[in-house]
Design a protein around this ligand. Structure first.
Ligand code: CA
Ligand code: CA
Length: 157
């Protein structure tokens, strides 16, 4: 009788271990899924940060003049080249943002209010072969602190 009880106890312990093992496997699977989701999130955040870091960023300087809320941004394509030494022409396009590009060959400028602007430069050689590069420019609002009111009260003579 005692022996049967021992066998039953051992069987119960084995079943318990089995459940314990399954729990561990399931916990590991859940942990792996959570780790992989965290890795994907981190990768997405890193990609978003890389896009943010790649932006050329400017802040409109504070100059105590409420009427000057823009800066002139210069774009320089003079580093472009052709491997064969062919003459190249420059074409500037504002892909996003509200501004007017003023271009003269390898240099372009535009007046930028606060906002984001994406500009594309395309260079084309005499054979009609071309390549393009895009850049995003982020212009931040002129920083300004509110004045501080100070009110004192006196008795008049
Ligand atoms: Ca200003
Ligand atoms: Ca060429």
């Amino acid at each position: 009788m005692e022996r049967i009880a021992t066998i039953l106890l051992l069987a119960a312990a084995a079943v318990g271990l089995g459940y314990g093992y399954m729990d561990a496997v399931e916990r590991q699977a859940a942990q792996d899924a959570a780790d992989s989701a965290a890795q994907e999130l981190a990768a997405a955040e890193a990609a978003a940060q890389a896009v943010e870091d790649a932006k050329a960023k400017f802040v409109i300087p504070h100059d105590s003049d409420e009427n000057t809320t823009a800066i002139v941004v210069a774009l320089d394509g003079s580093g472009s080249s052709d491997a064969d030494g062919d003459a190249i022409t420059y074409s500037w396009t504002l892909l996003s943002g509200d501004a007017e590009l003023i271009d003269s060959s390898n240099i372009a400028t535009f007046t930028a209010e606060p906002g984001e602007y994406t500009i594309q430069l395309t260079v084309t050689d005499v054979y009609g072969s071309s390549s393009s590069e895009e850049k995003t420019v982020a212009v931040a609002t002129e920083p300004n602190n509110a004045p501080e009111a100070v009110l004192e009260v006196y008795q008049e003579d």
